[in-house]
Design a protein around this ligand. Structure first.
Ligand SMILES: Cc1cc2nc3c(=O)[nH]c(=O)nc-3n(C[C@H](O)[C@H](O)[C@H](O)COP(=O)(O)OP(=O)(O)OC[C@H]3O[C@@H](n4cnc5c(N)ncnc54)[C@H](O)[C@@H]3O)c2cc1C
Length: 541
């Protein structure tokens, strides 16, 4: 019988998974609040990694694997990384076959740019809009399957919870924002593709639609989370009132140089410390060096010239002009590290199965390939590879033929949502998201200490203690109401993992434990059981 799959989230990971499930003969419902063109995936400008070696530099899949393992401070699952890096060249061909137009060099080969932490030029790109082009190509393919009745898309649907009975997942409950009611969808398997946890931190480079709620809720429902303490600060962003705009690593990949001023003299601190490739060290290292710099750090790309900037870094010059009034041909860009990517997320096996049977996770919401720090260009690759891997497993897995009745669970949660909306209380929810972001930013910055983390946990505990008594005014949507509790739970789990990892590794830099510890060369796994958060360390193989 045809397998029925629900995919939650329609960024690059969800779209890929939907296409691959349909190609395998599955029937897919692709659910998200907004169209794919509004997912964070469209923001990806820099590119996607694959050892294509079109530059004749003797790059290889092995080098890609080693760079990824080293970049992640050796705690990623090596076998999973091997699978991803080996599949990468085929994935580029597949994307081309779907219509993604990768930029080519003067010889007609796919052009590759240098990205941080990589020993060879390995990042393929589609002008300055790689993510947009991949999304467009995948959406076109999804439409084809839609016409054949294999995929249906449901918009305006916010995830509420998974329908779980006896450790197995049978579907998911959503809030239908168009019809103002909850709606249960049943399936053989549910695949989460809901992106990262940007919402916990407020101003980041990414989309606030990725708020971490689903991961928090599933954690509450029994799913394990992994490596939450590893939060990537992108070294080069510019401040705007609403968010941090990313200055792509491509700017340094094409030759851009970081410096600060000592009097009138430019100090190229990355090159002084790390040599010729200093500006392209991995992001954890560059961010920490910028953080330690004695004065404002600037990025200079002016000397690359008008033609190169127009051809290869158009988006960078556009962002600087539009958001900061900077003409990159004449001026350097003042840059700051900002929260960008989450190496942690739902804990999955190599087939992207969570510890709850028939519940999968793919893309940025799953933790698998990046260890303690992600290399630029590896995230799009992981989103696609994980989407394909999960599809293969979900469509071919055997399923039981009986479905428990979730009627009571659904009506109880419907009642809870309407009760929350009408609750009278002195704790206005509207401030809590901002407060949550303040706590996370203050206590989980580029460097951390045990004392700060402890203070963060105490503050979060206070919010948890009042989370069932919040006051929502009518300007807040039901989703924003019920999602707060899951976000607060996730925030606590992140802080607890950061507190438990008493060492410095990758993006987790502890002032009070500045060295790496061999015995902690493993992943942090956190689970929740009746009010208790339990953390263990798990060695990947
Ligand atoms: C500015 C920027 C530039 C980047 N550049 C690059 C790059 O050049 N190369 C690279 O490899 N990586 C890059 N990244 C990272 C990369 O873009 C992301 O990690 C990747 O696109 C994530 O894809 P995804 O499908 O997992 O998630 P997303 O694209 O974030 O999609 C998540 C989906 O889930 C939906 N969703 C969220 N919450 C819910 C909910 N509660 N209910 C239902 N649906 C929900 C969203 O609406 C969306 O459809 C960049 C990131 C940023 C922010």
């Amino acid at each position: 019988m045809m397998k029925k799959l629900i995919i939650v989230g329609s960024g690059i990971a969800g779209l890929t998974c939907a296409v691959e499930c349909a190609a395998q003969g599955g029937s897919v419902v692709l659910v998200s609040p907004y169209v794919s063109e509004r997912s964070q995936s469209v923001m990806a400008a820099g590119g996607i990694n694959a050892a294509l070696d079109t530059k004749g530099e003797n790059d290889s899949i092995l080098c890609h694997i080693e760079d990824t393992m080293r970049g992640g401070a050796y705690i990623a699952d090596r076998k999973a990384v091997e699978g991803m890096c080996t599949a990468a060249p085929e994935i580029i061909k597949w994307l081309e076959s779907l219509g993604t137009v990768f930029t080519r060099d003067e010889k007609g080969n796919i052009d590759l740019r240098a990205f941080g932490g990589q020993t060879h030029r390995r990042t393929a790109y589609a002008g300055a809009s790689t993510g947009k082009q991949i999304v467009t190509a995948l959406v076109r393919k999804v439409r084809e399957y839609e016409c054949r009745g294999l995929i249906s898309r449901r918009l305006g649907m916010q995830f509420h919870s998974a329908l779980i009975n006896d450790g197995k997942c049978y579907g998911a409950l959503f809030y239908n924002e168009k019809e103002y009611k909850t709606e249960a969808l049943y399936a053989d398997a549910v695949i989460m593709a809901v992106g990262g946890q940007n919402g916990l931190f407020g101003k980041t480079t990414g989309s606030l639609l990725c708020d971490g709620y689903a991961a928090g809720k599933l954690f509450y429902q029994g799913a394990n989370l992994k490596n939450l303490e590893f939060i990537q600060y992108h070294p080069t962003t510019i401040e705007t009132p609403q968010k941090r705009m990313l200055i792509s690593e491509a700017a340094r990949g094409e030759g851009g140089r970081l410096y600060y001023l000592n009097g009138d003299k430019r100090v190229y601190f990355m090159e002084e410390k790390y040599g010729e490739r200093g500006n392209l060290m991995s992001r954890d290292i560059v961010s920490k060096c910028i953080y330690d710099a004695p004065s404002q750090v600037f990025l200079d790309i002016s000397f690359l010239g008008k033609e190169k900037i127009k051809h290869k870094l158009n988006e960078v010059s556009d962002i600087c002009d539009r958001y900061a009034g900077i003409d990159v041909l004449r001026e350097s860009i003042p840059v700051y590290p900002s929260v960008h990517f989450f190496m942690g997320g739902l804990s999955v096996d190599r087939n992207h199965r969570t510890n709850i049977k028939h519940l999968y996770a793919v893309g940025e919401c799953a933790s698998m390939y990046h260890g303690a720090n992600r290399l630029g260009g590896n995230s799009l690759l992981a989103a696609i590879y994980s989407g394909k891997s999960a599809a293969l497993s979900a469509v071919n897995e055997p399923y039981e033929d009986r479905k428990p009745n979730f009627g009571t669970y659904i009506s109880e949660n419907e009642r809870k949502i309407s009760k929350t909306l009408s609750a009278e209380s002195k704790f206005p929810a509207i401030y809590i998201k901002q407060e949550l972001a303040n706590i996370m930013n203050e206590n989980l910055g580029i460097t951390r200490t045990g004392d700060k983390i402890k203070k963060g946990i105490e503050n979060i505990d206070y919010f948890l203690s009042i989370s069932d008594r919040l006051n929502f005014d009518s300007s807040i949507s039901p989703y924003q109401c019920y999602s707060l509790e899951g976000m607060i739970m996730l925030a606590k789990a992140v802080l607890m993992c950061a507190g438990e990892r008493k060492e410095t590794r990758g993006a987790h830099i502890r002032d009070d434990y500045p060295e790496s510890r061999k015995e902690l060369e493993c992943s942090t796994v956190i689970s929740y059981d009746e009010g208790n958060y339990k953390i263990s360390f798990k060695e990947e193989v």
